[in-house]
Design a protein. Structure first.
Length: 127
């Protein structure tokens, strides 16, 4: 995950890492992990440490993508995925997405126009 993506979307990295530590590793031990629902759940747990001023899941502006969020007065269209490569497999329109929030970023050909926030990295760097 690019450092500039963390700076853009995370307002309180120390608080986020503390939250990750409090959530603990039991999510990682869950046999079905990762999946789409768990990514959304974990995003919700970490949301207060992010720079968004609001988020609407399933908003019509998001189209077939998952959410519309607000960042510094701008709309941000978000797709949640277990793996970033699922975005391509599901044939989403890359021109309509600003951010993929995923557990693991494995799509090396991801368009540079889409930011990727990889949650797994926060678990790997927790204190």
């Amino acid at each position: 995950m690019k450092e500039e993506v963390i700076k853009k979307y995370v307002k309180d990295l120390n608080g986020l890492l503390k939250e990750v530590n409090e959530i603990g590793d039991y999510f990682l031990a869950w046999k079905g992990f990762p999946n789409h629902s768990m990514v959304i759940f974990l995003f919700g747990c970490l949301y207060k440490h992010l720079n968004f001023q609001g988020i609407l899941i399933g908003h019509e502006k998001a189209g077939d993508l998952d959410a519309l969020a607000f960042l510094d007065g701008e709309d941000v269209i978000i797709e949640f995925e277990a793996y970033s490569s699922n975005f391509k497999k599901e044939r989403h329109d890359a021109s309509k997405c600003n951010l993929i929030v995923c557990w693991e970023h494995d799509w090396m050909e991801c368009p540079v126009s889409i930011d990727v926030l990889e949650l797994k990295r926060f678990w790997e760097t927790k204190p």
